[in-house]
Write a protein that binds this ligand. Structure first.
Ligand SMILES: C[S@@+](CC[C@H](N)C(=O)[O-])C[C@H]1O[C@@H](n2cnc3c(N)ncnc32)[C@H](O)[C@@H]1O
Length: 232
């Protein structure tokens, strides 16, 4: 098994990420042409983690997405179900409380976190709605969710260039940097099949989140959705 298919069997997804763990961050930087750093800054701004607040970074992988929150003095828990990604992360950031867990059955009590966030992870979860509901369960009343995920460019010419050319270029470019270029065929396929911005917002609302909205980044190549758990 070198890559997951669109039915996103959890074992296949975890194995695929185990296989790219070592070179994951380097490949990310190259393929996003450095944009991933800008996206992470925007996510950190939206999460707005304060000292001593508890933040869950779900599908954290090697915890590159978790670092900006811990820099503010918040207590950040990186959680993921790929032991390969967790191992590489723990080697780089030994002080972080890496936790193995599945997004749809989170190993945390109800109402634990001030903020929950997931970057480039939700698209890979087999049951998106179950993950949105479990994120809601572990968030304190009044707490917030921030989801950063590839989305759909809103300007038609950019959408055409992106889907027709850039996405097709992904696997060949990945061949020169990634330990498993086939994983990037799955990346392109799963982005194409992912709900657009309003559709994902509706799924957040169905899971119970209120004040749901989103912001497009890089013309909608990435979208950042937000929501609040009512009842502070
Ligand atoms: C593209 S990586 C993102 C890592 C990190 N958040 C970042 O921004 O660099 C996606 C991660 O989602 C994790 N993942 C996918 N499905 C998951 C699930 N059901 N439960 C927990 N983690 C999951 C994978 O293991 C992988 O580490």
């Amino acid at each position: 098994m070198t890559r997951a298919s669109l039915d996103k069997q959890p074992q296949d997804v975890a194995t695929m990420f185990d296989g790219v763990a070592e070179r994951y961050d380097l490949t990310n930087d190259v393929l996003s042409l450095g944009q991933s750093r800008l996206w992470r800054k925007e996510v950190a701004r939206a999460v707005d983690a304060r000292p001593a607040q508890k933040v869950l970074d779900l599908a954290a992988g090697t915890a590159t997405s978790s670092l900006p929150f811990s820099r503010t003095g918040a207590y950040v828990v990186p959680c993921d179900f790929s032991l390969g990604m967790l191992r590489v992360g723990k080697g780089r950031h030994p002080w972080m409380p890496f936790t193995a867990g599945d997004a749809t059955r989170l190993p945390f009590k109800d109402d634990t976190f001030d903020a929950v966030t997931i970057s480039f992870g939700l698209r890979n979860v087999q049951d998106t709605d179950a993950a949105l509901r479990d994120l809601y369960r572990v968030t304190k009343p009044g707490g917030r969710v921030v989801i950063c995920e590839f989305s759909h460019p809103t300007w038609a010419p950019l959408r055409t260039v992106y889907t027709e050319y850039l996405m097709r270029a992904l696997p060949p470019v990945a061949r020169s940097v990634s330990s498993n270029p086939d994983a990037y065929v799955y990346l392109a396929e799963s982005i194409r099949a992912w709900p657009d911005q309003p559709a994902l917002a509706a799924r957040l609302q169905q899971a119970g989140w209120s004040k749901v909205g989103w912001r497009d980044l890089t013309g909608g190549i990435v979208a950042m959705h937000r929501g609040t758990k009512p009842g502070a």
